[in-house]
Design a protein around this ligand. Sequence first.
Ligand code: URA
Length: 241
Amino acid sequence: MRRMRLDKLLADAGIGSRTEVKLLIRKGRISVNGIVVNKSDHKVDFETDTILFDQEQVSYHKNVYYMLNKPSGIVSATTDNHDTTVIDLFEKENRQGLFPVGRLDKDTTGLMVITDDGAFAHKVLSPRKHIPKTYVALLDEALLASSVDALENGLDIGDAKLTLPATVRIEESNREIVHLTIMEGRFHQVKRMFQVVGRSVLSLKRIQIGNLLLDQSLSEGSYKALTKEEAFQCLETSEMN
Ligand code: URA
């Protein structure tokens, strides 16, 4: 949707708060294609309309957000000399400025958010925010009850600090499939956590970041556009799967 309200565009472009930009519009300080516009709900096309604030062009970039179901064998980088990257999966003309929010191992599949919004990525990845991420691991052997406790309470994986408390859910129908929700993003964290309790991860898939769930209808290697509101569900936390 390229058409939007003039006041929203000006606020999104950082000109001022919604109230402040409404005042600017009322005062006649905003023109669209050379004509002063006095109505805040005037619809503008942010790609083709020329919007001036006191004769200065307002530049508005609409950030993009995608949900990718990362396949195995692809690296989560923007460029790589040897491997295909998650960005290579996008059409050449749509790659401008895109990068993955965080990393998954080359052999990990599932939910990745791809964007050109650096501030958003920063928030999702901030260690202080403790955004929960849920992974589904297929283990070589079912977990012992004592291991579930250890994983949930926090354990020593060889770093300076113990892991933060995590949540474990074992699938009823196949006890080797474990849903693990962690609040951090340390290097190889999930594999290392299971390794400490004596289990190997045979396959690993991320299914959730914050409140954003991987769309099950998205096949591996496919992506879909998200609205900003959808993408920002990553920053909300209420229920994990
Ligand atoms: N933990 C891992 O071990 N690997 C990933 O790709 C993500 C989390």
